[in-house]
Design a protein. Structure first.
Length: 124
């Protein structure tokens, strides 16, 4: 079994990592993903996330893929924008008020939340 061309393109576009949703959008079924993992042509990284074998796994990117509503903030944002030379001891994220943060806390993330009335509204 080999990787379908459209999946290879999606992997190249996303630096060797693809979500189930992204794979489905290019015509690769969940069953095909499972078979590719079984054939060791893909690695199952996290729930709904796959990568090429031996590919560097960026934990922050994987978390962002799985939780698109989080925003890296505080010291983590400074690090991502090369405004500090220190790696954050723990990643800081900001989430909407009421967002379930149990898993993030268990993984060592520092959590900040934003009230609904403080969110910016974009009309663009």
């Amino acid at each position: 079994m080999s990787l379908p061309r459209q999946l290879l393109r999606a992997l190249e576009t996303n630096n060797g990592t693809v979500s189930t949703k992204q794979a489905n959008e290019v015509g690769v079924s969940n069953e095909r993903l499972r078979l590719l993992v079984k054939a060791e042509e893909l690695e199952h990284v996290s729930f709904g996330i796959y990568s090429l074998p031996g590919e560097f796994i960026d934990t922050m990117y994987i978390v962002q893929l799985r939780r698109p509503r989080i925003i890296y903030s505080h010291e983590t944002a400074l690090f991502l924008h090369d405004l500090t030379d220190r790696d954050p001891v723990e990643y800081s994220v900001t989430v909407p008020a009421g967002y379930n943060v149990t898993t993030l806390k268990n993984k060592g993330f520092r959590i900040a939340s934003v009230k609904r009335e403080w969110r910016l509204i974009h009309n663009g």
